[in-house]
Design a protein. Structure first.
Lengths: 130, 105
């Protein structure tokens, strides 16, 4: 069960990094770029988007909320699953994690080329100036 | 006492918000427990543990219910305004009876 939660998180992690790196035109540098992504920075960017769009009415904003919320919620769950063995897990934890990741994939596929999604990818790597 | 970048968290306000949400979702929710702490990024956090009735447990229903409860709890407890990271976990009454985790009782 711990492994399943970890995998659900990493599925979204790699999905976003892969799409972000595809924006880099020099293909031979993409693997190096992929290693520059930081879990904490990505969580913070996701939390900002989830907070911004949780009451959104536009469809693209709501779809991005699904992705960003899944990312940062699953990152915390993955950390607890991997490092806190006193933390009891239920089948519901696992089913919800897998369904959340599946929903994030579906939502991402619907908006991945839109500006709002591309801005999110940028924010996953680069801190925006206030 | 919990302090965040937004100031001191009003724990009584959060308790009251949780009890309200528990009541509003009574047909599907058995109880809501929570605790304060820090998440793995060392940010002040509140961890909600929601026990749903067995009838609400089928995953297609639980997915929708979980999203509604999570957003309602964040809005009622004003977690974003308090700069408190809110995390949510769900399990059914039957699952908790088997796991017997005191934090969920």
């Amino acid at each position: 069960m711990r492994r399943a939660i970890s995998t659900a998180y990493y599925a979204i992690f790699h999905l976003l990094i892969e799409d972000a790196c595809c924006n880099w035109t020099r293909a031979e540098q993409r693997s190096k770029l992929a290693r520059m992504f930081d879990h904490g920075r990505m969580a913070e960017a996701s939390r900002v988007r989830a907070k911004e769009f949780k009451s959104a009415t536009g469809s693209a904003e709501l779809l991005l909320y699904t992705v960003a919320d899944a990312f940062w919620q699953l990152q915390e769950q993955r950390h607890a699953a991997d490092y806190d063995l006193s933390n009891t897990l239920s089948t519901a934890d696992v089913e919800l994690a897998i369904n959340q990741a599946t929903g994030a994939f579906r939502s991402w596929n619907a908006i991945r080329t839109e500006q709002i999604a591309q801005d999110y990818l940028f924010a996953l790597l680069f801190r925006e100036r206030a | 006492m919990i302090f965040t970048a937004a100031g001191r968290v009003n724990e009584a306000e959060i308790e009251s918000a949780v009890r309200k949400v528990e009541k509003d979702f009574e047909p599907e929710v058995d109880r809501i427990r929570y605790s304060f702490g820090e998440d793995h990024l060392d940010a002040p956090a509140v961890f909600f543990r929601i026990v749903v009735r067995d009838e609400a447990r089928p995953i297609t229903h639980l997915m929708d219910l979980a999203q509604r409860i999570s957003i309602t709890l964040m809005n009622e407890a004003r977690t974003d305004e308090n700069d408190l990271h809110a995390y949510f976990r769900y399990r059914s009454v039957s699952e908790q009876q088997q796991l017997r985790d005191p934090a969920w009782d």
